[in-house]
Design a protein around this ligand. Structure first.
Ligand SMILES: Nc1ncnc2c1ncn2[C@@H]1O[C@H](COP(=O)(O)OP(=O)(O)OP(=O)(O)O)[C@@H](O)[C@H]1O
Length: 245
């Protein structure tokens, strides 16, 4: 089965008012779609709805996979907080979902993923013995281990130092190639590096962003990437990035 496109349309309704007014977007199958936008606008709510998880906001509209098959069994989500089990070591955390499903997890593959995220020597360490960035890397390995067609990433690299973040972005781009990926980030450079498609989420709706015609992952220092980043910053509300105090 190929990774499906996802169609989202409607109004995202908060407790008292609309969070996001009418929108209608299609997230292409097998590609990275990046959502940017101000804090509190409803990005995580959209991701939780895509994952079929409980959510304070309601969608008056529809979310469907364009191949017509059910969406949620094909989804895995990496939340903003790492959601690791405190009593379990890194390897057990990576394989926890498989264990809960009663499967016998492939420990070699889980260990290889931990090695790929730079934690091959920390497989027995519990979350309290890891740094925030290391915990986030365990959570990334757990997400990758699930091997789902649709992968939702909610600010997955936010706790990482800039070099590790760059490495993890490259790793995720490589290991998630061909999946339908939806990434939330507040970092325009990250969006420009990873996005096949990008949207700005705002109260008035969801609108597409122009991206360089080079394929991701892009060089962050390429002139076309930097130009697109300046444009994105303007679109995100910095009227003139140069003039910010
Ligand atoms: N558990 C909750 N109960 C009530 N309201 C909530 C809850 N979680 C979020 N909200 C509200 O829903 C709205 C959307 O929140 P959401 O987390 O989706 O925003 P976001 O765009 O992802 O923000 P951020 O970028 O800060 O993560 C916000 O106004 C928030 O206050």
């Amino acid at each position: 089965m190929t990774a499906p496109a996802i169609h989202l349309a409607g109004v995202l309704q908060g407790a008292k008012a609309a969070l996001i007014e009418p929108f209608d977007i299609t997230l292409p199958g097998g590609q990275w779609s990046v959502l940017l936008g101000p804090s509190g606008v409803g990005k995580t709510s959209l991701l939780r709805l895509l994952a079929g998880l409980p959510c304070a906001a309601q969608l008056q509209g529809q979310i469907i996979a364009e191949d017509g098959a059910p969406l949620t069994p094909r989804v895995t989500m990496m939340a903003q907080d790492d959601q690791l089990l405190p009593w379990a070591g890194a390897l057990k955390n990576v394989t926890i979902a498989a264990r809960l499903r009663g499967e016998r997890p492939d420990l070699n593959r889980a260990g290889a993923l931990l090695t790929e995220v730079g934690l091959g020597a920390e497989t027995e360490r519990k979350p309290a013995e890891l740094s925030a960035g290391q915990r986030q890397r365990v959570a990334l390995a757990r997400t990758l281990f699930e091997g789902r067609d649709i992968v939702l990433l909610d600010e997955p690299f936010a706790a990482l130092d800039v070099v590790t973040r760059h490495q993890m972005q490259g790793l995720a781009a490589r290991l998630l190639a061909g999946r339908t990926v939806v990434l939330i980030t507040h970092d325009p450079a990250e969006a420009l590096r990873l996005a096949d498609h990008a949207w700005i989420v705002a109260r008035r709706g969801i609108s597409p962003c122009a991206l360089p015609c080079t394929p991701p992952p892009r060089r962050i220092d390429a002139p076309e990437t930097l130009a697109a980043q300046a444009d994105l910053l303007r679109r995100m509300g910095l009227a003139s990035p140069d003039k910010v105090a």
